[in-house]
Design a protein around this ligand. Structure first.
Ligand code: ATP
Length: 394
Protein backbone atom coordinates (compact mmCIF):
# COMPACT_ATOMS: atom_id res chain seq x y z
CA UNK A 1 0.00 0.00 0.00
CA UNK A 2 1.40 3.46 -0.87
CA UNK A 3 1.77 4.77 2.64
CA UNK A 4 2.87 8.25 1.65
CA UNK A 5 -0.30 8.70 -0.36
CA UNK A 6 -2.37 7.56 2.60
CA UNK A 7 -0.46 9.95 4.81
CA UNK A 8 -0.74 12.91 2.47
CA UNK A 9 -4.50 12.61 2.18
CA UNK A 10 -4.86 12.31 5.91
CA UNK A 11 -2.48 15.16 6.65
CA UNK A 12 -4.35 17.50 4.37
CA UNK A 13 -7.68 16.67 5.92
CA UNK A 14 -6.06 17.03 9.31
CA UNK A 15 -4.54 20.39 8.42
CA UNK A 16 -7.78 21.63 6.98
CA UNK A 17 -9.38 21.34 10.40
CA UNK A 18 -8.64 24.08 12.88
CA UNK A 19 -5.50 23.32 14.84
CA UNK A 20 -5.25 24.89 18.22
CA UNK A 21 -1.82 26.30 18.98
CA UNK A 22 -0.88 26.51 22.62
CA UNK A 23 -0.88 29.93 24.24
CA UNK A 24 2.47 31.33 25.26
CA UNK A 25 5.45 33.31 24.05
CA UNK A 26 6.37 33.30 20.39
CA UNK A 27 9.97 33.62 19.32
CA UNK A 28 10.47 36.88 17.44
CA UNK A 29 12.72 36.92 14.43
CA UNK A 30 16.02 38.71 14.69
CA UNK A 31 16.83 37.88 11.11
CA UNK A 32 19.29 40.14 9.40
CA UNK A 33 21.89 38.89 6.99
CA UNK A 34 24.62 37.11 8.91
CA UNK A 35 22.87 37.43 12.29
CA UNK A 36 22.43 34.32 14.43
CA UNK A 37 19.10 32.57 14.04
CA UNK A 38 16.40 33.08 16.66
CA UNK A 39 15.44 30.26 18.99
CA UNK A 40 12.16 28.41 18.59
CA UNK A 41 9.61 28.76 21.36
CA UNK A 42 9.35 25.81 23.73
CA UNK A 43 6.24 23.65 23.88
CA UNK A 44 4.59 22.27 26.97
CA UNK A 45 5.99 18.81 26.52
CA UNK A 46 3.55 16.04 27.29
CA UNK A 47 3.71 12.50 28.58
CA UNK A 48 2.48 10.09 25.95
CA UNK A 49 1.08 6.78 27.14
CA UNK A 50 0.08 3.94 24.87
CA UNK A 51 -1.70 1.09 26.59
CA UNK A 52 -2.12 -2.35 25.10
CA UNK A 53 -2.94 -1.01 21.66
CA UNK A 54 -4.26 -3.30 18.98
CA UNK A 55 -5.26 -2.35 15.44
CA UNK A 56 -6.68 -4.86 13.04
CA UNK A 57 -7.79 -4.51 9.43
CA UNK A 58 -10.08 -7.43 8.72
CA UNK A 59 -7.95 -10.52 9.24
CA UNK A 60 -4.69 -8.51 9.35
CA UNK A 61 -3.26 -7.38 12.68
CA UNK A 62 -1.12 -4.29 12.27
CA UNK A 63 -0.60 -3.66 16.00
CA UNK A 64 -0.79 -6.39 18.59
CA UNK A 65 -0.81 -5.26 22.23
CA UNK A 66 1.64 -2.35 22.06
CA UNK A 67 2.32 -0.50 25.33
CA UNK A 68 4.70 2.43 25.56
CA UNK A 69 5.29 5.31 27.92
CA UNK A 70 7.13 8.34 26.55
CA UNK A 71 8.34 10.97 29.02
CA UNK A 72 7.84 14.68 28.38
CA UNK A 73 10.53 15.92 26.00
CA UNK A 74 11.82 12.42 25.23
CA UNK A 75 12.66 11.45 21.66
CA UNK A 76 11.70 7.87 20.87
CA UNK A 77 12.48 6.19 17.56
CA UNK A 78 10.21 3.42 16.31
CA UNK A 79 12.37 1.02 14.34
CA UNK A 80 11.44 -2.06 12.39
CA UNK A 81 11.11 -3.58 8.94
CA UNK A 82 8.44 -2.71 6.43
CA UNK A 83 4.97 -3.76 7.55
CA UNK A 84 5.78 -4.12 11.26
CA UNK A 85 3.20 -1.48 12.25
CA UNK A 86 5.26 1.70 12.72
CA UNK A 87 3.06 3.98 10.64
CA UNK A 88 -0.11 2.46 12.05
CA UNK A 89 1.09 3.28 15.56
CA UNK A 90 1.75 6.88 14.54
CA UNK A 91 -1.63 7.15 12.90
CA UNK A 92 -3.44 5.83 15.95
CA UNK A 93 -1.54 8.19 18.25
CA UNK A 94 -2.33 11.12 15.95
CA UNK A 95 -6.02 10.26 15.82
CA UNK A 96 -6.08 9.68 12.06
CA UNK A 97 -6.96 6.07 12.93
CA UNK A 98 -8.84 4.65 15.88
CA UNK A 99 -7.49 1.71 17.86
CA UNK A 100 -9.34 -1.60 17.75
CA UNK A 101 -8.61 -2.04 21.45
CA UNK A 102 -6.37 -0.27 23.96
CA UNK A 103 -5.88 3.38 24.87
CA UNK A 104 -3.77 6.43 24.04
CA UNK A 105 -3.27 9.10 26.71
CA UNK A 106 -1.60 12.49 26.44
CA UNK A 107 -0.68 13.89 29.84
CA UNK A 108 -2.87 11.22 31.41
CA UNK A 109 -5.89 12.42 29.44
CA UNK A 110 -7.40 9.66 27.34
CA UNK A 111 -7.51 10.72 23.68
CA UNK A 112 -8.41 7.31 22.25
CA UNK A 113 -9.98 4.36 23.99
CA UNK A 114 -13.06 2.22 24.20
CA UNK A 115 -15.33 5.11 25.16
CA UNK A 116 -13.45 8.19 24.06
CA UNK A 117 -12.08 9.61 20.84
CA UNK A 118 -10.48 13.04 20.65
CA UNK A 119 -10.01 14.27 17.06
CA UNK A 120 -6.44 14.99 15.87
CA UNK A 121 -6.84 18.76 15.95
CA UNK A 122 -7.60 18.66 19.69
CA UNK A 123 -4.61 16.51 20.64
CA UNK A 124 -1.81 19.10 20.29
CA UNK A 125 0.00 16.85 17.85
CA UNK A 126 2.46 17.86 15.13
CA UNK A 127 2.79 15.58 12.11
CA UNK A 128 5.52 15.31 9.54
CA UNK A 129 5.72 12.80 6.72
CA UNK A 130 8.43 11.63 4.40
CA UNK A 131 7.10 13.41 1.32
CA UNK A 132 6.75 16.65 3.35
CA UNK A 133 3.20 17.19 1.96
CA UNK A 134 3.63 20.91 1.35
CA UNK A 135 0.76 22.76 -0.33
CA UNK A 136 2.08 23.57 -3.82
CA UNK A 137 -0.29 26.51 -4.34
CA UNK A 138 0.76 28.30 -1.13
CA UNK A 139 4.01 30.13 -0.65
CA UNK A 140 6.36 29.07 2.13
CA UNK A 141 5.08 31.63 4.61
CA UNK A 142 1.48 30.54 4.06
CA UNK A 143 2.42 26.87 4.23
CA UNK A 144 3.99 27.43 7.63
CA UNK A 145 1.21 29.74 8.85
CA UNK A 146 -1.48 27.25 7.78
CA UNK A 147 -1.65 25.56 11.15
CA UNK A 148 -1.98 28.90 12.97
CA UNK A 149 -5.28 30.04 11.51
CA UNK A 150 -6.85 30.55 14.89
CA UNK A 151 -4.34 33.29 15.73
CA UNK A 152 -4.64 36.98 14.82
CA UNK A 153 -3.10 37.64 11.38
CA UNK A 154 -0.18 39.71 12.68
CA UNK A 155 0.72 37.17 15.40
CA UNK A 156 0.37 34.40 12.89
CA UNK A 157 2.72 36.02 10.41
CA UNK A 158 5.22 36.93 13.12
CA UNK A 159 5.27 33.33 14.39
CA UNK A 160 5.64 31.91 10.89
CA UNK A 161 8.48 34.27 10.03
CA UNK A 162 10.20 33.53 13.32
CA UNK A 163 10.24 29.79 12.73
CA UNK A 164 11.33 30.28 9.11
CA UNK A 165 14.21 32.33 10.43
CA UNK A 166 15.00 29.58 12.90
CA UNK A 167 15.27 26.98 10.14
CA UNK A 168 17.32 29.33 7.96
CA UNK A 169 14.64 30.09 5.39
CA UNK A 170 13.73 33.68 6.24
CA UNK A 171 14.61 34.75 2.70
CA UNK A 172 12.32 32.16 1.14
CA UNK A 173 9.04 33.24 2.74
CA UNK A 174 7.51 34.31 -0.58
CA UNK A 175 8.89 31.38 -2.61
CA UNK A 176 6.79 28.37 -3.64
CA UNK A 177 7.60 24.78 -2.63
CA UNK A 178 8.46 23.68 -6.19
CA UNK A 179 11.36 26.16 -6.27
CA UNK A 180 12.97 24.74 -3.12
CA UNK A 181 15.50 21.93 -2.79
CA UNK A 182 14.65 18.71 -0.94
CA UNK A 183 16.45 19.89 2.20
CA UNK A 184 14.70 23.25 2.12
CA UNK A 185 11.32 21.56 1.72
CA UNK A 186 12.14 19.34 4.66
CA UNK A 187 12.88 22.42 6.76
CA UNK A 188 9.56 23.99 5.74
CA UNK A 189 7.68 20.82 6.68
CA UNK A 190 9.46 20.75 10.03
CA UNK A 191 8.73 24.43 10.62
CA UNK A 192 5.06 23.93 9.79
CA UNK A 193 4.75 20.97 12.12
CA UNK A 194 6.54 22.62 15.03
CA UNK A 195 5.22 26.19 14.85
CA UNK A 196 1.91 25.51 16.65
CA UNK A 197 4.12 24.17 19.45
CA UNK A 198 2.59 20.70 19.58
CA UNK A 199 3.01 18.80 22.80
CA UNK A 200 3.81 15.66 20.79
CA UNK A 201 5.63 15.52 17.44
CA UNK A 202 5.05 12.52 15.21
CA UNK A 203 7.44 12.06 12.32
CA UNK A 204 7.12 9.30 9.74
CA UNK A 205 10.40 8.58 7.94
CA UNK A 206 11.14 12.32 7.78
CA UNK A 207 14.56 11.93 6.15
CA UNK A 208 14.08 9.05 3.77
CA UNK A 209 13.48 11.31 0.77
CA UNK A 210 16.84 13.07 1.18
CA UNK A 211 20.23 12.07 -0.17
CA UNK A 212 22.75 10.76 2.35
CA UNK A 213 24.80 13.93 2.87
CA UNK A 214 21.75 16.13 3.26
CA UNK A 215 20.20 13.56 5.55
CA UNK A 216 23.02 13.89 8.05
CA UNK A 217 22.68 17.67 8.18
CA UNK A 218 18.91 17.56 8.43
CA UNK A 219 19.02 14.97 11.18
CA UNK A 220 21.26 17.23 13.23
CA UNK A 221 19.15 20.31 12.59
CA UNK A 222 15.92 18.49 13.36
CA UNK A 223 17.32 17.07 16.55
CA UNK A 224 18.46 20.54 17.64
CA UNK A 225 15.01 21.97 16.99
CA UNK A 226 13.23 19.15 18.82
CA UNK A 227 15.51 19.62 21.82
CA UNK A 228 14.97 23.35 21.75
CA UNK A 229 11.19 23.08 21.65
CA UNK A 230 11.19 20.13 24.08
CA UNK A 231 8.45 18.42 22.08
CA UNK A 232 7.88 14.82 23.06
CA UNK A 233 8.69 13.02 19.81
CA UNK A 234 7.97 9.72 18.10
CA UNK A 235 10.07 9.23 14.98
CA UNK A 236 9.46 6.31 12.63
CA UNK A 237 12.42 4.93 10.77
CA UNK A 238 13.59 1.66 9.27
CA UNK A 239 17.20 2.82 9.44
CA UNK A 240 19.00 1.63 12.63
CA UNK A 241 21.76 4.22 12.28
CA UNK A 242 19.20 7.00 12.12
CA UNK A 243 17.44 5.62 15.19
CA UNK A 244 20.74 5.45 17.05
CA UNK A 245 21.57 8.99 16.12
CA UNK A 246 18.21 10.53 16.99
CA UNK A 247 16.56 8.53 19.73
CA UNK A 248 16.91 8.86 23.48
CA UNK A 249 15.30 5.47 23.30
CA UNK A 250 14.72 3.03 20.47
CA UNK A 251 11.65 0.84 20.32
CA UNK A 252 11.99 -2.13 18.00
CA UNK A 253 8.79 -3.44 16.44
CA UNK A 254 8.24 -6.74 14.70
CA UNK A 255 4.90 -8.02 13.38
CA UNK A 256 2.93 -5.45 15.35
CA UNK A 257 4.66 -6.09 18.68
CA UNK A 258 7.45 -4.41 20.60
CA UNK A 259 10.29 -6.92 20.74
CA UNK A 260 12.79 -4.77 22.62
CA UNK A 261 13.30 -1.18 23.73
CA UNK A 262 16.10 0.71 25.39
CA UNK A 263 19.01 3.02 24.84
CA UNK A 264 21.22 2.70 21.80
CA UNK A 265 23.90 1.13 23.94
CA UNK A 266 21.56 -1.44 25.48
CA UNK A 267 20.26 -2.55 22.13
CA UNK A 268 23.73 -2.72 20.65
CA UNK A 269 25.39 -4.53 23.55
CA UNK A 270 22.52 -6.67 24.76
CA UNK A 271 20.19 -7.49 21.90
CA UNK A 272 17.42 -9.76 23.15
CA UNK A 273 17.15 -11.72 19.92
CA UNK A 274 18.86 -12.51 16.67
CA UNK A 275 16.40 -10.14 14.99
CA UNK A 276 17.61 -7.18 17.07
CA UNK A 277 21.27 -8.20 16.84
CA UNK A 278 20.99 -8.19 13.05
CA UNK A 279 19.58 -4.64 13.11
CA UNK A 280 22.38 -3.08 15.10
CA UNK A 281 25.58 -4.56 13.78
CA UNK A 282 27.10 -6.58 11.02
CA UNK A 283 27.43 -10.10 12.33
CA UNK A 284 28.66 -13.52 11.34
CA UNK A 285 25.93 -16.07 12.00
CA UNK A 286 27.30 -19.51 12.79
CA UNK A 287 24.91 -22.44 13.24
CA UNK A 288 25.65 -24.26 16.51
CA UNK A 289 24.12 -26.81 18.93
CA UNK A 290 23.75 -26.03 22.62
CA UNK A 291 25.30 -28.43 25.12
CA UNK A 292 25.29 -27.86 28.89
CA UNK A 293 24.10 -24.25 28.53
CA UNK A 294 26.92 -23.25 26.19
CA UNK A 295 28.31 -23.71 22.74
CA UNK A 296 31.86 -24.76 22.05
CA UNK A 297 33.67 -23.57 18.94
CA UNK A 298 37.23 -23.41 17.71
CA UNK A 299 37.29 -19.75 18.78
CA UNK A 300 36.18 -20.44 22.34
CA UNK A 301 33.17 -21.30 24.48
CA UNK A 302 30.12 -19.06 24.60
CA UNK A 303 27.28 -19.04 27.14
CA UNK A 304 23.83 -19.94 25.85
CA UNK A 305 21.64 -19.02 28.83
CA UNK A 306 18.13 -20.44 28.86
CA UNK A 307 18.68 -22.74 25.89
CA UNK A 308 18.24 -26.45 26.46
CA UNK A 309 20.59 -29.19 25.31
CA UNK A 310 20.44 -29.94 21.62
CA UNK A 311 18.78 -26.62 20.67
CA UNK A 312 19.65 -25.46 17.17
CA UNK A 313 21.08 -22.01 17.81
CA UNK A 314 23.09 -19.27 16.13
CA UNK A 315 26.35 -17.90 17.42
CA UNK A 316 26.65 -14.23 16.47
CA UNK A 317 30.14 -12.87 16.10
CA UNK A 318 30.32 -9.18 15.32
CA UNK A 319 32.46 -8.46 12.29
CA UNK A 320 34.22 -5.74 14.29
CA UNK A 321 35.02 -8.16 17.11
CA UNK A 322 37.24 -10.34 14.93
CA UNK A 323 40.88 -9.41 15.39
CA UNK A 324 43.53 -10.11 12.81
CA UNK A 325 47.26 -10.19 13.48
CA UNK A 326 50.20 -11.13 11.26
CA UNK A 327 50.79 -14.84 10.70
CA UNK A 328 53.81 -14.93 13.00
CA UNK A 329 51.92 -13.69 16.06
CA UNK A 330 51.90 -15.93 19.09
CA UNK A 331 48.98 -16.74 21.36
CA UNK A 332 47.21 -19.93 22.24
CA UNK A 333 43.84 -18.25 21.59
CA UNK A 334 44.72 -17.39 18.01
CA UNK A 335 43.57 -19.45 15.07
CA UNK A 336 45.20 -19.81 11.70
CA UNK A 337 43.41 -17.97 8.94
CA UNK A 338 43.77 -16.92 5.32
CA UNK A 339 42.39 -13.82 3.63
CA UNK A 340 40.01 -14.89 0.86
CA UNK A 341 38.82 -11.42 -0.05
CA UNK A 342 39.56 -7.85 0.99
CA UNK A 343 37.69 -4.61 0.31
CA UNK A 344 38.82 -1.14 1.23
CA UNK A 345 35.76 0.82 2.44
CA UNK A 346 37.27 4.18 3.39
CA UNK A 347 37.70 4.37 7.15
CA UNK A 348 37.58 0.59 7.44
CA UNK A 349 38.45 -2.54 5.53
CA UNK A 350 36.20 -5.56 5.15
CA UNK A 351 38.09 -8.85 5.12
CA UNK A 352 36.78 -12.34 4.34
CA UNK A 353 38.66 -15.08 6.15
CA UNK A 354 38.92 -18.85 5.96
CA UNK A 355 39.59 -19.79 9.59
CA UNK A 356 40.61 -23.16 10.94
CA UNK A 357 37.78 -24.89 12.79
CA UNK A 358 35.03 -22.95 10.94
CA UNK A 359 33.19 -24.36 7.93
CA UNK A 360 32.07 -20.95 6.71
CA UNK A 361 33.94 -17.82 5.72
CA UNK A 362 34.12 -15.29 8.58
CA UNK A 363 33.78 -11.62 7.81
CA UNK A 364 35.81 -9.03 9.71
CA UNK A 365 35.85 -5.22 9.71
CA UNK A 366 39.11 -3.64 10.75
CA UNK A 367 40.45 -0.11 10.90
CA UNK A 368 43.72 -0.78 9.13
CA UNK A 369 44.84 -3.70 6.98
CA UNK A 370 48.29 -2.60 5.90
CA UNK A 371 50.14 -5.28 4.03
CA UNK A 372 47.20 -7.67 3.83
CA UNK A 373 45.94 -8.92 0.54
CA UNK A 374 44.02 -11.82 -0.87
CA UNK A 375 45.84 -15.01 0.12
CA UNK A 376 47.67 -13.51 3.14
CA UNK A 377 48.16 -15.92 6.03
CA UNK A 378 47.02 -14.39 9.35
CA UNK A 379 46.19 -15.19 12.96
CA UNK A 380 42.60 -14.68 14.05
CA UNK A 381 41.03 -14.19 17.47
CA UNK A 382 37.67 -13.09 18.82
CA UNK A 383 37.37 -10.27 21.38
CA UNK A 384 36.34 -11.73 24.74
CA UNK A 385 32.59 -11.56 25.37
CA UNK A 386 31.90 -10.73 21.73
CA UNK A 387 29.85 -13.83 20.95
CA UNK A 388 26.09 -13.98 21.55
CA UNK A 389 24.01 -17.12 21.22
CA UNK A 390 20.34 -16.99 20.19
CA UNK A 391 17.77 -19.56 19.16
CA UNK A 392 17.71 -20.00 15.41
CA UNK A 393 15.43 -17.55 13.53
CA UNK A 394 14.85 -17.63 9.81
P1 ATP B 1 6.57 0.70 6.18
O1 ATP B 1 7.94 0.79 6.82
O2 ATP B 1 6.61 -0.06 4.89
O3 ATP B 1 5.91 2.02 6.06
P2 ATP B 1 5.10 0.05 8.58
O4 ATP B 1 5.94 -0.63 9.59
O5 ATP B 1 4.85 1.49 8.75
O6 ATP B 1 5.67 -0.24 7.14
P3 ATP B 1 2.23 -0.19 8.57
O7 ATP B 1 1.97 0.74 7.45
O8 ATP B 1 1.91 0.28 9.92
O9 ATP B 1 3.72 -0.76 8.54
O10 ATP B 1 1.40 -1.52 8.26
C1 ATP B 1 1.37 -2.61 9.16
C2 ATP B 1 0.52 -3.69 8.55
O11 ATP B 1 -0.84 -3.29 8.51
C3 ATP B 1 0.91 -4.04 7.13
O12 ATP B 1 0.79 -5.41 6.94
C4 ATP B 1 -0.12 -3.29 6.30
O13 ATP B 1 -0.36 -3.93 5.07
C5 ATP B 1 -1.33 -3.33 7.19
N1 ATP B 1 -2.19 -2.16 6.98
C6 ATP B 1 -1.88 -0.89 7.30
N2 ATP B 1 -2.89 -0.07 6.97
C7 ATP B 1 -3.85 -0.83 6.43
C8 ATP B 1 -5.16 -0.58 5.89
N3 ATP B 1 -5.68 0.64 5.86
N4 ATP B 1 -5.85 -1.64 5.44
C9 ATP B 1 -5.35 -2.89 5.49
N5 ATP B 1 -4.13 -3.19 5.97
C10 ATP B 1 -3.40 -2.19 6.44
Amino acid sequence: MPLTTRCRVSLKSWLSTTQKPLPGPIAVSNAVAGAPRSRAAATFAARLTIENLTRTYGEATALNGVSLDVSPGEIVCLLGPSGCGKTTLLRVVSGIERPSTGRVLINDREVAGPTRYVPPEDRSIGLMFQDFALFPHLNILDNVAFGLRSLAPDVRERSARAILDRVGLADFAEAYPSTLSGGQQQRVALARAIVPRPAVMLMDEPFSGLDIQLRDTMQEETLALLRETRATSLIVTHNPEEAMRLGDRIVVLKSGRIVQQGSTETLYRNPASLFVARLFSEINEIPVRVQDGRVVTAAGTFAAPGLSDGTAAVLCLRERAIEITPAGANGCDKLNGRVTDIKFLGDMTRIDLAVEGFDQILKARVGGADGLRKGSEVKVSIQPGAGLVFPFES
